[in-house]
Write a protein that binds this ligand. Structure first.
Ligand SMILES: [Zn+2]
Length: 459
């Protein structure tokens, strides 16, 4: 699939100053707003510089909006004329992930060059997610410059630390809640484009994340005496740890089809041409187990319906074949489905580990609440995306990774995760958090068209 073949209506908004939009994204990439867990390493002056540029680049926004800083996060508000309408909020984050040490030389263009070459804008943040940050600003500026009168209040919210702890989004959501704001919808990064083959459908599926899975790291520790391996009468910590890991991996958690995935199947039903789902989706309730079996047998689908279990780290093994290890640890990473609580998961793992290992969480966050899709926000997004991308069927789905959007679920029942900058899958897979991150000018401008129309139609 060539993603650009799915673009349409690229000739709209001819008044959009593409040259300026590209220059602004390049300029934002040049400002190194890398996030680190160790906050001492963060260059907060870079965030200040980014804020100064934003004020320079967007005169109409600065004239019409309230520009508020919460620490280094930003909240921009355009007040609509109809206070009865709940506001809409468009999100992005200002920070980027570090360039992995030792990979600097592999970048064709320096990660903070913002070079524009070969039809791409290059650098860290080009896909995650400065294109959305600058794209939202360009869209709002365009509408204001063209005399748009907003009926619905519109917010832009840009957190400072999504890639580490997400405290910026939490602070913005808290500020809004304290001011009695309830949102009609939130649009954040995320979502994905998938080949419909896994469903037996000959179309492309655009999955809009209506909720996101949780995240937990579980530490398992095992002890043994160590000593000479010729007498392992009491076993070794490695053997015990291996038993505990195997017991947990061999006991998967429950599979559940949440409302969003049921709706996905309902929408896809007319497109499913072959395979076991074709008949099964006619009555989802009656054929639930068959549908679950189908999800479980497909690598693209299986992680959507349950908490995943991935042993990822092990340490403490002995340095010699004839020496038994003593203290050993392993980490299992879980991505929690909404049906599992962190307390329930811990109890489940402790029972399975038994006497072989101690189990405790290093970190544990449950899944977000599932958003509603029978909403103005979801229908508008579905329509606008379909206007700009053909042969893609947009459905409500799950985000299997974390975003900042969850922070808003206390003040919004429609938090959507979908970045409208549809780039080639391989460029995305390598570039996001990787090397040679870049976005094509076409993907960038088409994403801006989506945002302009989304803001214009809903606000
Ligand atoms: Zn991101």
């Amino acid at each position: 699939m060539n993603i650009y073949d799915l673009y349409r209506n690229e000739d709209e908004y001819t008044g959009l100053n593409a040259e300026a939009a590209i220059r602004h994204l390049a300029g934002a990439i040049q400002i190194n707003t890398t996030s680190y867990m160790d906050i001492e390493k963060i260059d907060y002056e870079a965030f200040d510089r980014l804020h100064e540029r934003i004020k320079e680049w967007y005169p109409h926004i600065m004239e019409h909006a309230e520009f508020r800083r919460l620490d280094h996060s930003i909240l921009i508000k355009i007040t609509g004329s109809d206070p009865a309408l709940k506001p809409a909020l468009f999100m992005a984050h200002q920070d980027v992930v570090p360039v992995v040490k030792g990979t600097e030389e592999d970048w064709i263009h320096d990660p903070f060059s913002g070079d524009v070459a070969d039809g791409y804008i290059w650098g860290r943040g080009a896909l995650d997610i400065k294109e959305m940050l600058i794209g939202e600003l360009e869209s709002l500026e365009y509408l204001l410059a063209n005399g748009k009168q907003f009926r619905r209040t519109l917010y832009l919210a840009f957190g400072q630390d999504e890639e580490v702890i997400g405290s910026g989004a939490i602070a913005i959501a808290r500020y809004l809640k304290e001011h009695g704001v309830e949102l009609e919808f939130v649009l954040d990064e995320g979502g994905r484009i998938e080949n419909g083959k896994a469903y037996g459908a000959d179309i492309t599926v655009g999955s809009i994340g209506m909720y996101e899975k949780g995240y937990a790291d579980l530490k398992l520790s095992a002890e043994s005496f160590g000593g000479h391996s010729s007498n392992p009468f009491f076993g070794t910590s490695l053997g015990a740890l291996a038993k505990a890991i195997a017991a947990i991996v061999d006991h998967p958690l429950d599979n559940v089809l949440p409302a969003s995935l049921r709706e996905t199947l309902r929408i896809l039903a007319p497109y499913i041409k072959e395979g076991p789902l074709k008949e099964a989706v006619r009555d989802i309730d009656a054929n639930e187990q068959q549908i679950i079996d189908h999800y479980l047998s497909h690598p693209e689908l299986n992680n959507q319906i349950h908490t995943t279990i991935a042993p990822t780290m092990i340490s403490g093994g002995s340095q010699a074949g004839n020496v038994m290890p003593q203290h050993m640890e392993a980490v299992i990473n879980f991505r929690l489905a909404p049906q599992d609580t962190d307390a329930g998961l811990l109890e489940h793992c402790r029972k399975l580990a038994g006497k072989n290992a101690q189990a405790e969480f290093i970190v544990a966050n449950e899944a977000s609440r599932e958003s509603r899709f029978d909403t103005l926000g979801f229908h508008a997004l579905q329509n606008v995306l379909s206007h700009y991308f053909q042969d893609i069927v947009f459905v409500p789905s799950v985000n299997t990774t974390a975003t900042d959007a969850r922070s808003y679920e206390g003040i919004c029942d429609c938090c959507m995760r979908f970045g409208p900058f549809l780039e080639d899958e391989e460029i995305k897979a390598k570039g996001v958090h990787g090397t040679n991150e870049r976005i094509s000018v076409r993907a960038y401008l088409q994403g801006i068209r989506v945002l302009i129309r989304m803001m214009d139609e809903t606000c």
